[in-house]
Design a protein around this ligand. Structure first.
Ligand SMILES: [Zn+2]
Length: 420
């Protein structure tokens, strides 16, 4: 499996470079005899066969009405050639190779939709999984069949319920060993449709204010504490620092260093698992008994950005507060709001509850009763309106404002609501 990963990584990066080069080519064609040396595509636009997406494979289909192949199909047509030129690629199961191409295709599709950055070549440490197409694996109690590898013993942590069929199988390498995840599907269980606006009861809409100390403050007055404040978490964080320090002191390239970084990685994994388990619980709590969930649309990256350097007259730099901010940045990363929202979206999707994001501007300074906005309204933990004297917990007040904005976005009249 390690060998497979290495080979897949090499091929992934090669095909990524291929798509990258052709993309650059379309943006700014190079002049010369050939516009692409490798594919020997000519420069004249009338005869140029260079595709926008790939130049390694064959770009045309047999059919007349839609003659161009998609980038995935073009690259897929190189697989037989690859297996001929490099016979050792034959040992990788064919659907695993195809899924690797899909992975690359998805990366580009996301980029063209504007959802993610331009795909980068992967490092060995970042390429840790391979996937089979649906219908390939088999499970027999404590054994799993992976085509191309064979039957293997494994710990069956959750049996597949009756009526569900196995879809794709993903094998993942982690610091503590190999993990396999199986997608299952039961067509007879329909997904509930997303709730329509008329079906949403305004009093069952939850606004959620995300924070550092209180992870979530809900508009109904509930607050959920952040687990990273717990003693146990802090002890683990301390242990992580110690392990990291010990590891980085080991001689570079030594096997001792490798071993100690393995320990660091396994602790990281433990912490991640704990956090994700806690997030699932929070997601469950939020989705039960609600018709819609409203979050603030946070720019987490912007919040964590570095402070601008402050140059002074002496040619040096004044303190800009970055070292103080570093602690806050870490706390923000630890809270992992983005991950939490994703999990809530998954949970909500299962019961057809819409998840809405609203602009967070002034949500903590606005009075929900008279809509007066002032920075003086908020006094630490408390919210007291300087105009009408309305008071509440500051975070809950933020959540109430978020809910009001969410209702407005949904097109529900929130003025008929019983007062918060
Ligand atoms: Zn007020």
């Amino acid at each position: 499996m390690i060998r497979w990963l290495d080979m897949l990584l090499a091929q992934y990066n090669y095909l990524l470079r291929d798509r990258r080069e052709t993309y650059e080519q379309v943006k700014a064609p190079k002049m010369g005899n050939y516009c692409n040396i490798r594919s020997q595509g000519e420069v004249c636009p009338l005869t140029c066969s260079v595709s926008k997406s790939s130049s390694v494979g064959y770009p045309w289909k047999k059919s007349q009405n839609n003659p161009r192949r998609s980038p995935y199909e073009i690259q897929s047509s190189t697989l037989p050639v690859l297996k001929k030129q490099r016979p050792w690629y034959k040992q990788i199961h064919s659907t695993v190779l195809q899924q690797m191409l899909r992975q690359l295709d998805v990366a580009f599709a996301k980029f063209f939709k504007g959802e993610s950055k331009y795909p980068k070549p992967k490092r060995r440490s970042r390429f840790r999984s391979f996937k089979y197409s649906p219908g390939q694996g088999k499970i027999d109690e404590n054994k799993i069949y992976l085509p191309g590898i064979g039957w293997m013993g494994f710990h069956n942590s959750r049996s597949i319920p009756d009526g569900f069929a196995m879809k794709s199988v993903t094998v993942r390498r982690k610091s503590r060993g190999w993990f396999v995840s199986v997608q299952i599907e039961n067509k007879s269980v329909p997904l509930p449709p997303t709730k329509k606006t008329s079906e949403i009861r305004p009093d069952r809409v939850k606004g959620c204010d995300l924070g550092v100390r209180k992870l979530v403050s809900v508009s109904d007055g509930k607050t959920i504490q952040n687990p990273s404040n717990s003693k146990k978490y802090k002890r683990q964080a301390r242990r992580l620092t110690l392990r990291q320090r010990a590891a980085s002191r080991k001689k570079k390239g030594s096997s001792n260093r490798k071993k100690s970084f393995c320990l660091v990685a396994s602790l990281h994994e433990k912490i991640t698992n704990k956090r994700s388990a806690c997030h699932w619980e929070v997601a469950k709590e939020l989705t039960t008994g609600s018709d819609a969930i409203v979050f603030e649309d946070l720019n987490i990256k912007g919040m964590k950005s570095r402070c601008k350097p402050k140059p002074n007259d002496k040619g040096g730099y004044d303190r800009n507060g970055q070292s103080a901010k570093r602690g806050l940045n870490r706390v923000i990363s630890d809270a992992a709001w983005g991950e939490l929202i994703k999990k809530v979206e998954v949970m909500a999707g299962k019961s057809g509850i819409p998840v809405i994001k609203v602009n967070p501007r002034h949500t903590s300074q606005q009075c929900p009763r008279c809509h007066h906005i002032s920075a003086d309204n908020r006094k630490g933990e408390k919210f007291v309106c300087t105009e009408c004297g309305y008071h509440d917990d500051a975070d809950v007040n933020g959540a109430v404002n978020i809910r009001t904005r969410g209702l407005k976005k949904l097109g529900i009249d929130s003025t008929q609501l019983p007062w918060p």
